[in-house]
Design a protein around this ligand. Structure first.
Ligand code: ADP
Length: 535
């Protein structure tokens, strides 16, 4: 068993004995086979002694039990790593950053406390998964949608706290949250926003409350344990329409992104969209043989694209609402983008709600054909089909590198040049950019690297990822979220004015958690006793 630094076996067993008394003997786990379940299945340290491994886990069933556990943890200075569903794969799963930390598994606290259909919000406990909330909404025939990421087994609260994302107008999950209940590091219970006012009916409708908007500091942090959260939901639309757009030339990216950015900021387009390249991503044999040549030109690609009716760039959008508003928005989007010569527009699926075809609503992963994940998520239906992609690629796991750049074609071209060059220097095969417009005004460039069972390859990958973070930072770009292994690397790039921001976060940490018991190392924020000197 791995114990946290400075904790003796005796203290550990005394602390866990007391916690067992609180939660019952079935809900405190320290055996190797139980701990295995809390290890990161996609760990980039697979088979290496440095793997981040918890000492065990404790699974409370109530806020009072969480408070008691936190008090015991303080007494013994035993660090806790809260997880809601613990499915944060690609970012660390349920594993802690510091080996020996005890996982505080909140999965048992999975009650949907309230859904207000009229004002379209839910109040949830941390263990509620997207599947569970979806089932609740359907069983109660409530005309509200959740917005889910892929896959749907994670928790609504854990994903929102990690700044996770989905695909509908409610895709920014942290932005959609409203009002938290938090167990602080000293065991005290606090409510944020209007929740600070006893019995306020606006706790889950008005986010800011009075004074500083303090909920923000509990996202991607280690300042508290969230035990309840309000979540704004989308009123069920009358219809959803999927469309696709393409433009023929590489240089068209400039007006295309300019117009799309404006339409997105005006919320005429209000969905996740991605910049794809129908021609470069085509599996057509003629395209593959052209791209395999060493001397093909952009013009060759554009000409072949024209011949094959494949755009150089393309995207897919979803519109939601009454059909006449969908048609008006789509008409306006076409009018604007038609300024680009050769732009093409196509209507794809249209669904009306409530869904007439119940088979579409099935959330059984086995019945969802590969590739439909996007469609289901866009319709607010949690699913697991994204895993079919990993299985098809026969990967052991993956890890994300996800820098954020401004939403402009000039920045995309620059990022392409910078990262293509970096990949070449680092000996990584270039697989192109995958820019996602999750947030308005920005693209997230999602790079997904495979984790293998080969120790040497994982070592190289870790070193390469650290270098990519540095290269990105040298160009002014950082990530929206980072896996455990890279959290320090990312925080160490935040160096404006002698690391003023990381130092401020450490001050908060020391003030609210003097014993350093909450998630040491989360987002590169370490308690005093474990802090290293900044570079
Ligand atoms: P998911 O719901 O996607 O499975 P996790 O439960 O793994 O996500 O949570 C992701 C991360 O968010 C955790 O590693 C932890 O750092 C943080 N987190 C999750 N739930 C809570 C919570 N209730 N309170 C504080 N932090 C949390």
């Amino acid at each position: 068993m791995k114990l946290p630094p400075g904790i003796s076996e005796r203290d550990f067993s005394q602390a866990t004995d007391r916690m067992r008394d609180i939660v019952g003997k079935d809900w405190l786990f320290t055996s190797d086979e139980d701990v295995l379940l809390y290890r990161d299945a996609y760990s980039p340290f697979l088979g290496e002694p440095e793997e981040y491994i918890p000492s065990g886990a404790v699974a409370p069933n109530s806020v009072e039990q969480v408070q008691e556990i936190v008090r015991i943890a303080n007494r013994f200075k035993l660090p806790l790593w809260p997880v809601s569903a613990g499915r944060n794969l690609g970012y660390g799963g349920s594993a802690p950053r510091l080996s020996g930390t005890l996982v505080l598994d909140l999965k048992r606290m999975n009650r949907v406390l309230e859904v207000n259909e009229k004002l379209a919000y839910a109040v949830l406990e941390p263990g509620v998964s997207y599947f569970e909330l979806y089932r609740y909404l359907r069983e109660h025939k409530l005309k509200v949608w959740l917005d889910c990421p892929d896959p749907g087994w994670g928790s609504v609260i854990g994903n929102a706290l990690e700044h996770g994302l989905g695909s509908t107008p409610y895709r920014d999950h942290f932005d959609a949250h409203c009002g938290m209940e938090v167990v602080l590091a000293n065991g005290e219970l606090m409510r944020t926003g209007m929740g600070a006012l006893p019995n306020a009916p606006t706790w889950n409708t008005f986010k800011y409350g009075f004074g500083p908007f303090i909920s923000a500091i509990f996202g991607q942090s280690n300042f508290g344990i969230v035990t309840k959260m309000g979540m704004h939901l989308m009123p069920e639309p009358e219809a959803a329409q999927s469309v696709s757009i393409s433009v023929p030339r590489r240089e068209d990216l400039i007006p295309f992104v300019d117009i799309m950015a404006e339409l997105t900021n005006r919320r005429i387009v209000d969905c996740l969209w991605e910049i794809a390249s129908p021609i470069l991503q085509s599996r057509d044999p003629e395209v593959s043989s052209l791209l395999a040549k060493s001397d093909f030109t952009v013009l060759d690609v554009e000409n072949l694209g024209r011949a094959k009716s494949l755009g150089y760039w393309g995207t897919r959008l979803w519109f939601y609402g009454p059909p006449k508003i969908i048609d008006a928005n789509w008409g306006y989007v076409q009018e604007r983008l038609a300024l680009i010569p050769g732009a093409t527009f196509a209507l794809a699926d249209r669904f009306t709600f409530p869904l007439a075809d119940p088979s579409l609503a099935k959330d059984d992963p086995m019945t969802v054909p590969n590739g439909d994940a996007l469609r289901l998520s866009a319709l607010g239906i949690p699913n697991m089909s994204v895993f079919a992609l990993g299985a098809a690629m026969r990967q052991h796991g993956h890890i994300f590198f996800s820098p954020v750049i401004p939403m402009s074609a000039q920045d995309l071209f620059k990022a392409e040049e910078v990262f293509r060059g970096a990949f070449k220097t680092l000996g990584i095969p270039w697989f192109g950019l995958q820019p996602f417009a999750w947030y308005r005004r920005n693209f997230i460039l999602l790079f997904i690297f495979p984790i293998t069972e080969e120790v040497s390859a994982n070592k190289v990958l870790r070193a390469n990822l650290a270098k990519l973070i540095r290269i990105a930072a040298d160009n002014g770009w950082s990530e929206y979220r980072a896996p455990l292994v890279l959290m320090d690397d990312v925080m160490n790039t935040m160096s404006f004015n002698h690391f003023a921001l990381p130092r401020f976060l450490e001050k908060i940490k020391d003030a609210v958690d003097p014993n350093g018991i909450l998630a040491p190392g989360k987002s590169g924020i370490w308690p005093k006793s474990l802090r290293k000197v900044r570079p």
